[in-house]
Design a binder for this molecule. Sequence first.
Ligand code: THU
Length: 139
Amino acid sequence: MSENDLTGLFDAALAAQRAAYAPYSGYQVGAALRTASGRIFAGCNVENASFPTGICAEAGAISAMVAAGERAIAEMLVLGDGEVLTTPCGACRQRIREFAAPETPIHVADRNGIRASFTQSSLLPHSFGPDNLAASRRD
Ligand code: THU
């Protein structure tokens, strides 16, 4: 991971956070991921008057990656404000797990910079993934 890679991820997440639509929680989140090919995809949370319909920033970034034909997250950064770290929610940990390796770095930042770094498997240990299904397939 080079300094430039992280700067690109940070800038993309910050720009996405500024665009976040979070009128109900007031909690704006931006996420950015880099694929192995070096492309960066970003997303923001998009809330809804029907509260459960809202989507997380990570989900938007992953959707943009898949829509562009990519499938592998090399590194990811999630950015939000507040004293407590903006760590990915449980559902997003599972979404990330689908497209990341166990050692894939997941950084948590606020608008001042990186605050903590994790790996995918440390955020979701003993996870269920594509391999679990492949192991029981009988075709
Ligand atoms: N949120 C995210 O976008 N990502 C997370 O991992 C944590 C939560 C959003 C969802 C909701 O719009 C707001 O933050 C408050 O939960």
